[in-house]
Design a protein around this ligand. Structure first.
Ligand SMILES: [Zn+2]
Length: 236
């Protein structure tokens, strides 16, 4: 058991990686992502901050609603809204356990921690790394330079793909902007920006600020939507 674990660690998918939360430079092992989130990012002052990280245990098909006061998000900062600890039907051959948890959270050892991530950014920032030269020469793109929200899910490495449904609802829990099935991404993998721009990316949901404002009858600094996350499980 230990021998196979150590040989597996040599593959890039399973190597320790930088924490997915913006501005956190900690390098985290796949087996210690939940411990890191609890010790570094779970604020004991629950509810005191606008973007309080939530920790929750979920089963397949169980939905979680997360309120998002979207205009108050810090621009270009990858924010973790919640850690959904998903109980798989077959955790032992799917993933490594989460280790060194505090006593009150040890019941989550064989759950997969799925981080619900959001980032408020601009198309300009997204495109910068790939096609800056092209963009500079294209005036047509100027109108596309608006604010965009990206939603995605990350977890430690799993041997098989895990899927989830993401939807955005207004404060009356109506008016779905998107209901997309997306894959949970390995937090150690890098974002394939060119695939994302081509619409081939299986991981990200993007929403323009206009779409969210429309959902909220015009928008405003305190406008909020609900993000609905439902982990479906393995396979399509
Ligand atoms: Zn961190």
């Amino acid at each position: 058991m230990e021998e196979s674990a150590s040989s597996e660690e040599s593959t890039p998918d399973k190597q320790a990686a930088v924490c997915p939360v913006g501005d956190c430079q900690a390098v985290v092992k796949h087996t210690h992502l939940l411990r890191h989130m609890i010790s570094e990012h779970l604020d004991p002052r629950a509810g005191a901050l606008p973007f309080q990280l939530r920790l929750r245990e979920v089963t397949s098909g169980q939905r979680t609603l997360l309120m998002l006061t979207y205009r108050q998000l810090v621009v270009d900062h990858d924010q973790c809204l919640a850690v959904l600890n998903w109980s798989s039907d077959s955790p032992f051959d799917l993933m490594e356990p989460q280790l060194d948890l505090p006593p009150c959270h040890q019941g989550l050892t064989y759950h997969l921690p799925v981080l619900v991530m959001v980032c408020r950014t601009t198309w300009k920032a997204l495109l910068r790394q790939d096609v800056e030269a092209v963009a500079r020469n294209s005036r047509d793109l100027a109108s596309e330079w608006g604010t965009v929200y990206l939603l995605w899910l990350v977890s430690p490495y799993t041997r098989r793909a895990i899927y989830a449904n993401l939807a955005v609802l207004n404060s009356q829990l109506q008016g779905i902007v998107r209901r997309n099935r997306r894959r949970v991404r390995n937090f150690a993998s890098r974002m394939p920006i060119s695939q994302f721009i081509n619409g081939l990316d299986p991981f990200f949901v993007s929403l323009n600020e206009d779409q969210l404002d429309e959902l909220c009858d015009g928008g405003g600094d305190h406008s909020s939507v609900f993000l609905e996350v439902t982990i479906v499980g393995e396979g399509q």
